[in-house]
Design a protein around this ligand. Structure first.
Ligand SMILES: C[S@@+](CC[C@H](N)C(=O)[O-])C[C@H]1O[C@@H](n2cnc3c(N)ncnc32)[C@H](O)[C@@H]1O
Length: 337
């Protein structure tokens, strides 16, 4: 087994996206170089979300448009790309053609799917006219989208909720008709645990979870803990202007995190020999531990330091299950691995 897997590193803002953001920003009378002013809008929208977790994004406000363009949209696009990469690794998108992007905002999920998959038909469902103006004026590269229509071929349709569930009271009934579902939510304990409850409801109604879960049984992060939540992480490279904005923010995104679910009605291939790393590498006295997903128990792989340097595995990756000796919840990796 490899002793080091490089962490997934994503380019936060592609040159194409930078051009579009820059043009849209110019229409709002600002440039990417005005980092302090841009940061003020970002803090304002962030505070709005914290104070009003269930309210809709206030698209009519100029500061919300600015904050979304330069910050929330690029980050959500990168988070979508992270979930899409995990989906590719297990063949999740095979046979799907059509995307229904619900609560599309500025199209972060659709742009990610268009760039990274063969999906070719997009319906973006978004009630805010402000988003449509920005999309139609600036985002023509999301092609072949049909505005707010839901006609589709359910057997080949992927329903997408990218940071949109929070603004809805419950999952709409029509998603249960479609073959596949991709949901992204903020990587917080509250939102992530809510997503684990959605997971249970999806399994109960006939869906199989393809990622991040490696099984369809109870999730131990929900059943055996009151605070744990499942989330993934990628590293990122960001342009100079984005780094300058972050210097004025009271929070940082050194890495990109997200809680996601990829579900289909089709059964996934059995991946019994593999486990997913659902925790970060924890360095403790004499040993290292890392939480894994392989069933209904909350389990950790552990490596004794006296056997040599432990392998470095990033959170979110699938690895082959090494041979282990069981010590309670700890699966001590055999020295022979
Ligand atoms: C937090 S934004 C997420 C936007 C985008 N998907 C992203 O990943 O950045 C949630 C979006 O859901 C939209 N929304 C709210 N209620 C909705 C509804 N009932 N139907 C469709 N979209 C809705 C809002 O206008 C907003 O653009």
């Amino acid at each position: 087994m490899k002793s080091k897997i490089e962490p997934l590193t994503l380019e936060l803002i592609s040159p194409t996206l930078e051009i579009h953001v820059s043009k849209a920003l110019a229409k709002l009378g600002l440039s990417l170089q005005q980092s302090e002013k841009l940061a003020e809008s970002i803090v304002r929208l962030s505070d709005f979300y914290i104070q009003n977790p269930e309210r809709e994004t206030p698209w009519s406000e100029r500061w919300a448009q600015v904050a979304y363009l330069v910050y929330f949209h690029p980050l959500n696009l990168a988070r979508n790309i992270l979930a899409i990469q995990r989906g590719h690794a297990v063949g999740f998108f095979d046979g799907l053609e059509h995307v229904l992007d619900f609560g599309a905002g500025l199209g972060s999920a659709s742009q990610g799917l268009q760039a990274k998959t063969n999906l070719s038909r997009f319906n973006l469902i978004e009630p805010s006219q402000v988003c449509w103006n920005l999309l139609e004026n600036q985002w023509r590269y999301v092609q072949d989208y049909q505005k707010n229509e839901v006609s589709h071929d359910p057997g080949k349709t992927l329903s997408v909720f990218s940071y949109a569930l929070t603004e809805l009271a419950s999952l709409p009934d029509w998603i249960f008709e479609n073959e596949a579902l991709m949901i992204l939510e903020p990587a917080t304990s509250e939102d992530g645990r809510r997503l684990l409850q959605v997971r249970q409801a999806l399994i109960a109604s006939g869906f199989y979870i393809w990622a991040p879960c490696t099984h369809q049984r109870d999730c131990p992060l929900l059943s055996q803990s009151k605070t744990d939540w499942c989330h993934d992480r990628a590293h990122m490279t960001a342009p100079e202007w984005f780094v300058s904005i972050e210097k004025h923010l009271p929070f940082r995104n050194n890495t990109i995190t997200t809680s996601y679910l990829l579900a289909r009605k089709k059964r996934p291939k059995e991946i019994l020999s593999q486990v997913r790393l659902v925790g970060d590498h924890l360095n403790e006295k004499g040993k290292s531990r890392q939480m894994i997903c392989r069933g209904p128990e909350r389990e950790f792989l552990s490596w004794l330091h006296r056997h040599g340097p432990p392998p470095i595995y990033p959170r979110g990756e699938l690895i082959d299950m090494p041979s282990v000796t069981v010590r309670g919840r700890e699966l001590r990796v055999d020295n022979s691995n």
